[in-house]
Design a protein around this ligand. Structure first.
Ligand code: NAD
Length: 298
């Protein structure tokens, strides 16, 4: 069976690479011809547009940066919706439930089944095949693509409803970035008071303060002062904004999430869109008038 893959960026390229290397027949498209060339060198076929991919492949994955681009690639001119062969469309991007529902309902009119499948685990997880995949949509379509998903990581089925996988992804990322923000505040305060950063992480991780920032993000990207965890401030801000907009539309105030959104806005203002989101520690350092000392051996 021919599989299509549109969007060969930080996440899409390693995922598409794994699918090709597992022996699947892949047809790919991206606006970036260098990424397409790298996949073609591994044996993937090239396509001229998203519609061209969807006229060659029955199953089409997309991994695209923003909800607006997902909507355009799925439903716009030369989009997936114009493909003659596609039966199942799988969105690996973080798109949010509203666009996911819109895309699913319009594709259904062309008898194309849509599955939400946002991922967690970063570029490293994409390369290793250890992503968490949050899938929702018709379970028969999920069963049909389960083999391909196993090549990418662990798929967790979140329900039949369009957008449920996307909602799961947004709340997961809200928890993750909130843990980073509050752990960064705690780290900066502790250092200013005289605690060693390594001692602080040892205590957090042996105690009740343990979380994904203390276990992974701070030791890997902040204490060595590399700020290269691999997730940009712009993408984290996009996810947080999507989550808060959705909560607001549902009538649910999220005061903690709103504060974290402002931390990301301040990090972006100081360091730019492409700065790693672990840079938020540096914003706090400026307020505190200290710098967390470099720890190279953890
Ligand atoms: P990226 O910007 O690195 O890659 C996006 C790719 O899409 C690029 O190669 C770009 O050329 C291509 N593209 C853009 N518009 C296109 C179009 N109209 N037609 C074809 N190709 C087009 O983004 P990424 O980091 O790979 O993220 C992809 C998605 O995965 C996003 O929704 C992101 O939120 C989500 N995500 C990212 C991470 C991460 O760590 N980077 C982790 C989990 C989820």
């Amino acid at each position: 069976m021919n599989i299509g893959f549109i969007g060969l960026g930080t996440m899409g390229e390693p995922m598409a690479t794994r699918l090709v290397q597992a022996g699947l027949t892949l047809t790919v498209f991206d606006l970036n011809s260098d990424a397409v060339n790298r996949l073609a060198a591994l044996g993937a076929h090239r396509a001229e547009s998203a519609a061209d991919v969807a006229s060659k492949a029955e199953i089409v994955f997309v991994s695209l940066p923003t909800p607006e681009i997902v909507q355009k690639v799925a439903l716009g001119e030369k989009g997936v919706i114009e493909g003659s062969k596609v039966r199942i469309y799988i969105d690996l991007s973080t798109t949010g439930p509203r666009v996911a529902k819109l895309v699913a309902s319009q594709l259904a009119e062309q008898k194309i089944v849509a599955l939400d499948c946002p991922v967690s685990g970063g570029a490293a997880g994409a390369a290793k095949g250890t992503l968490a995949l949050m899938v929702s949509g018709p379970s028969t379509a999920f069963d049909e693509i389960a083999h391909s998903l196993r090549i990418l990581g662990k798929a967790i089925y979140c329900g039949e409803g369009a957008g449920l996988g996307q909602t799961m992804k947004l709340v997961n990322n809200l928890v993750s970035v909130t843990a980073l923000a509050v752990s960064s505040e705690a780290l900066v305060m502790g250092v200013k008071a005289g605690l060693a950063p390594k001692v602080m992480l040892d205590v957090f991780n042996a105690g009740s303060g343990r979380n994904s920032a203390t276990v992974d993000k701070l030791p890997r990207a902040v204490l060595p002062r590399t700020f290269d965890f691999g997730f940009s401030t712009a993408l984290s801000l996009k996810d947080t904004r999507l989550c808060l907009d959705e909560a607001e539309a549902m009538g649910i105030p999220m005061p903690v999430g709103s504060a974290v959104r402002q931390m990301l806005n301040m990090t972006r203002a100081a360091y730019g869109d492409s700065a790693d989101f672990t840079r938020m520690v540096c914003v706090l350092e400026q307020w505190a008038g200290i710098e967390v000392p470099l720890v190279s051996e953890i």
